[in-house]
Ligand binder design. Structure first.
Ligand code: HEM
Length: 553
């Protein structure tokens, strides 16, 4: 109570509307309680606004609430909690300012310590360390990487599509599981140079290993929370239950694979031979070049330590797997619910293949940037269903006080600042009255160009969104390094699927087609934050049937 009173007094000086909360959103006990007994959140219905705090203090509340709380309180409000004050922002100019001013709005690296299982990495560091790691890692996400992503995603998507059409009229319930496999295989191939068949197939175990690289990585990713809480040391103990021991083995195996690959890449680099071209090789080379380029006492010439290379390889997998896989799965279900958009993207895919002459030649450089409708489907899916947990940024380490934009409000040190991405993405003032509708065509505008006196052409160009209005990959210096990676993967998969196939809901118990589509929308809207991202809570409750485009469904 004493903390709340003192925090309340501090919040009053800031001048934004205030919600007083008896709990802190990131308090582990509260997180567990609100998950185990979700009925506690019914407190939000208390009269006189007494339960407003229960609307905005649980994981994933922004997906449920959209812009509603901001409609009531304005674009910025403060939640006063026992452990501190949290400013929630849904003003796009202010959001842009926050994301651009890295030195004033600091990612609280201490909250990410647990994710340093294989080493400190881009996701978990701040300040000069972050600057050095970003300089050495980000340039490796280049056009060469995009081309590798494209080719592997095409290969995987072909096989995934076959497995879905093989299910016939019964359809497949495995959209989420299968897109997760696909995204994992793209990462193993681009990150590590190991290409796996979509169906798992048997890959010989390399000598001395008891698990494939793919299985070791997959286990670590699936159990990230357990893994982060217990740490590598505890997991290697032999007194644990079998499931945890297997996770311990996966951890060791993954580490060993990375060590072997690192020494292989180092040998290649020493012999001045080309590396395998994957991300781990690129990190080794970038790091060695930095070290050879000058004085090592100057941080600009420091490379990455071995642990930092391992940490970053794991970080790319962690940050790039669930995010991309979920976006794909959600988009596929939405397309099945709104088949008019399947026709819309198929039209574009046909046109692009026609324009490049040889329809069997799916080349990244020729195709990716022309498939704007496929990319529009990704943007629209991320706009409404793309929420990932944004850890609050702190304001207080470098500056004593901070002015938000040209407003008079001054934030005292150590105020946490949350950007409400869902509210920004559903703000009617930005997106119009149909802000809550999934409508990919909003991302393109058509215009007519006169070719000559007799001929004119309709061209579609992407709309430019104003800074801070669309930030699923964040924005500013700490924006996602894998943005293009995820776009290329998404577009390659959609183009492969919808060039040949169409998809519809499998109808249940005499349902009409319309009811089936509504069932899919219900499944997508029943989403919540699971580990890192928003996920459908019952993704196997409906099946999707796939058929060749030219056949009646
Ligand atoms: C649809 C897919 C993706 C989405 C929506 C997404 C979103 C984001 C967001 C919002 C952040 C900022 C997080 C924060 O500041 O708290 C971020 C950072 C990051 N992402 Fe992604 N991401 C995606 C795919 C990927 C992929 C494919 C990779 C790598 C292969 C990747 C690697 C990273 C890394 C390393 C960071 C940390 C960057 C830094 O702090 O400098 N992401 N991502």
């Amino acid at each position: 109570l004493i903390s709340v009173i003192s925090n309340y007094n501090a919040a009053r000086k800031v001048g934004f509307p205030i919600i007083i909360s008896p709990v802190s959103p990131l308090n582990p006990l509260w997180i567990l309680t609100s998950r185990a007994f979700p009925r506690i959140l019914l407190l939000k219905h208390l009269p006189f606004g007494l339960g407003k705090w229960a609307r905005c203090t649980y994981m994933g509340w922004t997906f449920q609430d959209k812009h509603a709380l901001h409609d009531e309180l304005g674009p910025i409000f403060v939640v006063v909690t026992p452990s501190g004050n949290e400013v929630t922002v849904a003003d796009h100019q202010v959001a842009h300012t926050i994301l651009s001013r890295r030195k004033e709005f600091i990612k609280p690296a201490v909250m990410y310590e647990q994710l340093n299982v294989f080493g400190r990495n881009l996701n978990t560091v701040e300040g000069e360390d972050w600057q050095r790691q970003r300089r050495l890692t980000a340039p490796n996400f280049n056009e060469r990487t995009s081309s590798l992503v494209w080719n592997e995603a095409l290969r995987q998507a072909q096989d995934m599509a076959h497995s879905w059409t093989d299910e016939g009229a019964a359809g497949s319930k495995e959209t989420v599981a299968d897109t997760a496999t696909l995204a994992l295989h793209v990462l193993t191939s681009v990150g590590f140079g190991l290409s796996y068949p979509f169906h798992g197939g048997v890959r010989d175990l390399p000598p001395g290993h008891s698990m494939t690289y793919r299985d070791a990585l997959s286990l670590c990713l699936q159990n990230i929370i357990t893994f982060a809480i217990l740490g590598k040391k505890i997991l290697s103990s032999s007194f644990l239950p079998r499931k945890l021991r297997t996770l311990g083995v996966a951890t060791k195996e993954f580490q060993r694979y990375m060590e072997e690959m690192l020494s292989h890449e180092r040998n290649m680099a020493a012999k001045r031979e080309h590396g395998t071209g994957n991300l781990i090789g690129a990190l080794v080379r970038a790091s060695e070049e930095a070290q050879q380029s000058g004085d090592r006492s100057d941080s600009a010439h420091l490379g990455l330590t071995d642990d930092e290379i391992f940490g970053n390889i794991f970080a790319f997998n962690l940050a790039g797997h669930e995010t991309t896989a979920n976006t794909l799965a959600t988009a596929i279900v939405l397309l099945a619910a709104k088949p008019e958009y399947q026709t819309w993207i198929a039209e574009e895919i046909d046109e692009v293949l026609h324009s490049i002459g040889d329809p069997s030649k799916w080349v990244y450089e020729e195709m990716f940037h022309k498939l704007q409708r496929c990319l529009a489907v990704m943007y629209e899916t991320l706009r409404l269903y793309g929420s990932i947990v944004f850890i609050p940024k702190s304001t207080g380490f470098h500056t004593q006080t901070l002015t938000l934009d040209d407003r008079i409000h001054v934030l005292p040190p150590s105020t946490a600042v949350n950007i409400n991405v869902q509210a920004l993405h559903t703000d009617r003032d930005i997106w119009g009255p149909d802000a809550l509708e999934w409508r990919p065509s909003r991302w393109l505008k058509s215009s007519r160009i006169d070719k000559d006196r007799h001929k004119s052409l309709t061209v579609e160009t992407p709309i430019e969104s104003e800074a801070g209005t669309f930030i699923p990959w964040a924005d500013g210096p700490r924006a996602c390094v894998g943005k293009k990676f995820s776009q290329v993967e998404f577009v390659a998969v959609l183009a492969t699927l919808f060039q040949q196939y169409q998809v519809r809901p499998v109808l249940q118990d005499g349902e009409s087609e319309e009811e089936g589509k509504r069932g899919l929308m219900k499944m997508v809207n029943n989403s919540a934050i699971s580990a890192i991202t928003l996920q459908m809570q019952e993704p196997r409750s409906r099946s999707l049937r796939w058929k060749k485009r030219n056949l009646e469904l």
